[in-house]
Write a protein that binds this ligand. Structure first.
Ligand SMILES: C[S@@+](CC[C@H](N)C(=O)[O-])C[C@H]1O[C@@H](n2cnc3c(N)ncnc32)[C@H](O)[C@@H]1O
Length: 254
């Protein structure tokens, strides 16, 4: 790993360790694209988060709903990149049911502790939380049906490597269903270097066009990056230089 990669990992980990230690609901401190409290209730359809303990349902640091996007099936193996407090893993676990498996990967021990404790408390047995980096996934080649992620890839200092890893672990025909913060154009360099803005899911946002290109370079087909608002705005109509929440889908060829 380069020094730049290591220092971004360290400051992002510090940022999220503090979030994991917070009392319950997310993002008390700084304004952030990945944890805007005003949006939390709008992320998931109500029936999806029904009957979850409040402290689990409210602890989302995401920016969308990769679960609905992924159309999970009974018995599937699902990988959640940057699983945080585990909410998406728990939702996926319900959908794949007892013959399926959900693997959450995160680099922040405080997040893993929180997610594992919630799994035990809720008696969920088809979820595993593994410590590791998106850039070097602790997951076997060709073992996963669907990769989901919620507001995490923007935090990676080496996104092309993340996409290569996702490609490696997917089965042939496997799919990607991601919510993430992306940008149309580029942010000013001063913001790109601001570590607080990086942790807040702003500074690391990838240009939409590069997101598509990097996924295709990793081998993916049917790559689509769309604004989450469902407007289906073509690229030139989106405000330049402003990060926004997007849904990203792609397939590994059969
Ligand atoms: C914005 S939070 C999202 C958490 C969760 N997906 C959710 O929706 O609540 C980002 C999470 O990704 C983890 N993370 C960030 N960069 C990572 C990396 N390069 N490798 C592994 N985990 C990472 C952080 O530790 C944090 O738990």
């Amino acid at each position: 790993m380069t020094q730049k990669t290591t220092s971004i990992h360290e400051s992002v980990r510090e940022f999220y360790a503090a979030q994991a230690r917070s009392s319950g609901s997310c993002c008390s401190a700084e304004p952030s694209a990945c944890c805007d409290p005003a949006q939390k209730n709008l992320l998931y359809p109500e029936e999806l988060i029904l009957n979850l303990p409040k402290d689990v349902a409210n602890f989302s640091l995401g920016c969308g709903d990769p679960i609905s996007l992924a159309r999970l099936k009974l018995g599937e193996t699902v990988l959640d990149l940057g699983s945080g407090g585990g909410l998406d893993c728990f939702l996926a676990a319900r959908q794949v049911d007892k013959n399926g498996l959900v693997i959450g990967v995160d680099m922040t021990p405080e997040m893993l502790r929180r997610a594992r404790a919630s799994a035990v408390r809720m008696g969920i047995n088809n979820v595993e939380f593994r410590e590791g980096y998106l850039e070097n996934l602790p997951v076997e080649d060709g073992s996963v049906d669907a990769v989901i992620s919620n507001c995490v890839i923007n935090l990676s200092p080496d996104k092309p490597q993340v996409f290569r890893e996702v490609f490696r672990v997917l089965k042939p025909g496997g799919r990607v269903a991601i919510s993430d913060i992306v940008i149309n154009g580029a942010l000013p360099e001063s913001i790109q270097k601001d570590m607080q803005a990086w942790g807040a899911c702003i500074a690391g946002a990838l240009d939409m066009k590069d997101y598509i290109l990097d996924l295709e370079k990793a081998g993916f087909i049917n790559v689509q990056v769309m604004p989450k608002d469902g407007s289906g705005n073509p690229l030139p109509a989106l405000p330049v230089g402003q990060p926004f929440s997007a849904t990203i889908t792609a397939n590994k060829p059969i």
